[in-house]
Design a protein around this ligand. Structure first.
Ligand SMILES: Cc1cc2nc3c(=O)[nH]c(=O)nc-3n(C[C@H](O)[C@H](O)[C@H](O)COP(=O)(O)OP(=O)(O)OC[C@H]3O[C@@H](n4cnc5c(N)ncnc54)[C@H](O)[C@@H]3O)c2cc1C
Length: 405
């Protein structure tokens, strides 16, 4: 049974960053234990294959969860920038107009290659197909057991991720290791996921995408509005703007939640009404559906007419002022009930995890010295835009710095 200075449970984003940082800070005898046949599988799926690895000017305000603000600020400022971190591995980045940072080649492969190539030059031992099933401390040493092997180490980094995207190795079962140590964990919840709505209402909209605003309401209280492309699917709405609202939905009170879509957010209601009058006079031979196609995709035009109680094939010349006003109102507030959040299979991340109160400022478990929790396993989350991966790099760096001292 070999003894290591550091054993890393999980060879995903935060685990690989830990190994690279540990080597660069002079630590030796490092082992990564990964349950899948290869490391970093999830990295390849990120950012639609482009890997949005960070964001410009990240601050603690970009994150939700239970890590105390001061600790979070220190972790982020201590880390520095993702550009510097990746340049250390010979990888250049580029930033898009929205501030999202990607590998220069825009391929997620390049990010995994950067880790792979860096680690190949070091003594880090990578053990794939090793599912860690037991973790306990005896004396000053942690015992880390997989189905086949046992490892000993003074320091352990738990970087086995959350519950989201189980096909990529993270079905949440690894959290049992932490539960067996009575570490305080808040309930996991799928986030950055679609929002389930009424199949019947969505039936005729299935497959369309529109650019607009989407607002989440808790009864009549507006929680948040997001802009972007909204996708209508068989039983849910998706798109980054919808994903960013998903963490605000409380499934225990699901009947209170609804979405309202503004199909022409750049218009005031008055402008839209003017447009409707213009289309009615210019297209006076057309039916209502064709009249509205001057502004909306046809399935959405039909949906809005249905909500207004107007037949799509009714001649538009017959529309009254009151009906045009109603159409204008609905264009700015197309409502859908929220019936559930998407599943962990559909989610990009997990809300919940090891509570901030269970960790010290180095992300070490307060009552289990030598055990650190980083990445998605920590009760911290953010919007889409590179913040999750940035947290992986920053939290890994924080834990390693304390181990190396
Ligand atoms: C489709 C998709 C797209 C995304 N796109 C982005 C993006 O562009 N930008 C962004 O910032 N975030 C993105 N995210 C979120 C981001 O990928 C995660 O937050 C991040 O990968 C979490 O890193 P981690 O190291 O904590 O866990 P993971 O990357 O999930 O790695 C955990 C590793 O631990 C292994 N493991 C689990 N249990 C055990 C065990 N018992 N023993 C041994 N190994 C184990 C797993 O197999 C896995 O390899 C995306 C997520 C998904 C699913």
């Amino acid at each position: 049974m070999k003894q290591y200075q550091l054993v890393i449970i999980g060879g995903g984003a935060s685990g690989l960053a830990s190994a690279v940082q540990a080597q660069s800070m002079g630590l030796h005898e490092i082992a990564i234990l990964e349950k899948l046949p290869r490391i970093g599988k999830k990295i390849l799926a990120t950012g639609n294959g482009h890997c949005n690895l960070s964001h410009e000017n990240i601050t603690s305000d970009d994150y939700y969860g239970s890590i105390p603000t001061k600790t979070l600020q220190n972790i982020l400022s201590d880390f520095g920038t993702a550009e510097e971190f990746f340049q250390m591995m010979g990888l250049y980045t580029r930033t898009d107009s929205a501030g999202r940072i990607y590998p220069y080649s825009m391929t997620a492969n390049a990010v995994l290659d950067a880790f792979r190539l860096t680690l190949e030059q070091t003594q880090t031992e990578i053990f794939c197909n090793q599912n860690v099933t037991r973790l306990y401390k005896k004396g000053s040493l942690w015992h880390i057991l997989t189905d086949e092997m046992e490892f000993l180490s003074k320091n352990v980094i738990f970087s086995a991720g959350g519950h989201a995207s189980p096909k990529l190795g993270t079905d949440g079962t690894a959290w049992k290791l932490l539960e067996s140590l009575n570490i305080s964990i808040s309930t996991p919840k799928p986030i950055l996921c679609p929002l389930v709505s009424d199949k019947k209402q969505l039936h005729s909209l299935k497959g369309i995408r529109i650019k607009g605003n989407v607002s989440l309401y808790d009864k009549s209280k507006l929680l948040r509005t997001e802009s972007g492309e909204i996708q209508f699917n068989e039983n849910n709405l998706s798109g980054i703007c919808v994903f960013n609202l998903s963490h605000l939905v409380d499934t225990g009170r699901i009947q209170n939640f609804s979405l309202s879509i503004d199909c022409i957010p750049e218009d005031t209601a008055e402008n839209t009404l003017d447009r409707l009058y213009l289309m009615q006079s210019v297209r006076n031979q057309a039916d209502c559906e064709n009249m509205l196609s001057g502004l909306l995709v046809k399935p959405m035009a039909r949906h809005i007419l249905k909500v207004c109680g107007i037949r799509a094939d009714c001649p538009c010349s017959m529309l009254t002022d009151k009906q045009l006003q109603k159409i204008s109102d609905v264009i700015h507030h197309v409502e859908f009930p929220v019936m559930n959040t998407g599943t962990f299979e559909q989610a990009q991340s997990t809300a919940g995890g090891v509570k901030g109160s269970a960790l010290d400022e180095h992300l070490q478990v307060k009552k289990n010295s030598g055990l650190y929790v980083i990445g998605e396993a920590v009760d911290i989350h953010a919007d889409c835009g590179g913040y999750h991966l940035h947290w992986c790099w920053a939290s890994a760096t924080r834990a390693v710095k304390n181990i190396v001292i």
